[in-house]
Design a protein around this ligand. Sequence first.
Ligand code: PGA
Length: 257
Amino acid sequence: MRKRILAGNWKMNKTASEAVALVAAMKDELCQFSSVDRVLCPPFMAIPEVARLVAGTELGLGAQDMYWKDAGAFTGEISPLMVKEFCTHVLIGHSERREHFGERDESVNLKLKAALAHGLIPVVCVGETLALRQEGRTESWVAGQVRAALAGLSGEQAAGVVIAYEPIWAIGTGLAATAAEAQRVCKEVVRATVAGLYGQAVAESLRIQYGGSVTPANAPELMAQADIDGALVGGASLKAADFVAIVSAAAQAQPLA
Ligand code: PGA
């Protein structure tokens, strides 16, 4: 049985001191929902402070990106060793990295392999633009991103990856995908692609999140879908009450098959 995973992607929001206040405001409540995995992804600068706050709890801590090399002359980058000192998880290939910072399928794959090699749980983001959706290319695009991200991984490694399906048109727009549409892509595109690569058993153990304008209002229906194993939450993860409500909705949804 898959354990749901809820991650808050704070993006470029919150200084270290603001991060401390946000975590303090939700930590105790988040700690109550142990039937689901809960992960906070603050900006790098806040990670050491947040790590101190979540130490000794079951809350996971994630970086929003990382480079794939261990060390070296790569000005401005953060290595897996640096991430691993504080974090359990790492987001890879978020659409904002792809759109604004030149992230490519090839670098996503290298980062994913580095994360697995260092024992970090990777959350790999995939999703189509509005234009691709309107052209009817959602399925081929998302399947291609999944295949490119997982290239060269063993089935065992792939089973430990979390894939976040985030339609770009739904991110930060207040226009979430309908639960039915999100379920359809998570099942018929993401899980089916993984099944095609590694077989049904691996596909059934891999966790798939939905992301894109998840709120306390739409979380119950999204989390009730059989192939949606959690959420990657942006804007709503910056409000303690909202993130707690979303985690609570996931914890209350029917157990996953
Ligand atoms: P959003 O962002 O919840 O603000 O739409 C989701 C994401 O980009 O991960």
